[in-house]
Design a protein around this ligand. Structure first.
Ligand code: MTE
Length: 321
């Protein structure tokens, strides 16, 4: 499957599908009439600089694994982001990732697996039909959103590489490129960003590799071209712009554990019973609904307890936060 880029598209520039189609029809008509040659410069320039619509993706909705809660708007999902490689402010990722190049893109598969090597993004994506899953994303900072992701199960990708019997964990790494990612010029984290899952967590059908949202190719600020979405864990586990997947026998050391081990654990399961050392995790603010101070109760495993609680039988979830 080939996905075209959505780079350089600002949310404010995004054209509705109807406008997009009528513009194309108008351009075709102009070309047909030969009017273009006679059109004043200004019209030609305006048409040439018309922003492209973000590329639509082909996918099947998966209502069984989707919430029916009100979805956050495209604007909210693409302008209120955490992506420290592009800055620590919520608007920084949208502002600073506009020129980020996501093609060509390779993903290295390493470690305890029968199949390893460097794969192009197209190699990674080709065999996987895309589906839409509307998931809640609960950030450790006590806000949440509902996002219609487009992607495919991480477990289906992992199976292709045949992890060996020694593989117990999967480590994910984001691109390291301070030239393109200005946030990496500052020692905010030990770059590159690293995250990890236990292999059985990674194989869980809810764990998604996302390539899009709202039916369109993933905007850069949301982790283009390939990011993880683990809906029962705090958002920081959902690593963006992945360039390496490594199967390991030992538990990976993740960036947030390294930076602040008292505050961020390896598991990072959404657990309203375990406060962050500096704030409560009992409630959350749903971005874009109600007043700023309105909070709703946070659910165990972000509301996915029925599906995932069995992964943690026998594990003390207060100690293993
Ligand atoms: N991945 C990388 N590489 N760098 C980051 O700073 N932030 C995480 C996660 N993935 C982050 C990342 C955090 S804290 C959250 S809440 C989610 O991305 C936010 O995803 P969104 O911006 O698509 O909503």
């Amino acid at each position: 499957m080939i996905i075209r880029q959505s780079q350089d598209v600002r949310p404010s520039e995004i054209t509705s599908e109807g406008v997009y189609r009528s513009r194309r029809a108008f351009l075709a008509w102009i070309a047909g009439t030969g009017l273009m040659a006679a059109a004043p410069d200004v019209l030609a320039r305006a048409l040439a600089s018309a922003p492209p619509a973000p590329s639509p993706l082909r996918y099947t909705p998966n209502p069984r694994l989707s919430t029916t809660e009100r979805q956050n708007s495209w604007e909210e999902v693409t302008t209120y982001n955490n992506f420290y490689e592009f800055g620590t402010g919520k608007a920084d990722p949208a502002d600073n990732s506009r020129g980020f190049r996501t093609r060509p893109w390779n993903v290295a598969i390493e470690g305890e697996a029968e199949v390893t090597g460097s794969f192009t993004l197209e190699d990674i994506l080709r065999p996987h039909p895309l589906e839409e899953r509307i998931y809640r994303l609960r950030c450790v900072e006590a806000w949440s959103m509902v996002i219609p992701w487009i992607g495919f199960p991480l477990g289906d990708l992992i199976k292709r590489f045949k992890p060996t019997s020694r593989a117990r964990y999967v480590e994910f790494t984001t691109l390291l490129d301070p030239q393109q990612m200005p946030g990496q010029r500052y020692p905010v984290l030990d770059w590159p960003y690293v995250e990890g899952l236990r292999l059985d967590e990674a194989m869980h059908p809810l764990a998604l590799l996302a390539v899009g949202l709202y039916g369109k190719v993933l905007p850069n600020q949301n982790g283009a071209p390939l990011r993880l979405v683990v809906p029962w864990k705090y958002g920081f586990k959902s690593i963006k712009s992945i360039v390496r997947i490594r199967f390991t026998a030992d538990r990976p050391r993740t960036s947030w554990e390294k930076a602040l081990p008292r505050e961020y654990g390896f598991y990072a399961n959404v657990n309203p019973g375990v406060d962050h050392p500096r704030w409560s995790q009992k409630r959350e603010r749903r971005i874009g609904s109600g007043a700023f101070w309105d909070r709703q109760p946070t659910q165990m495993f972000n509301g996915y307890a029925d599906q995932v609680a069995s992964l943690y039988g026998g594990l003390d979830l207060a100690r293993n936060f």
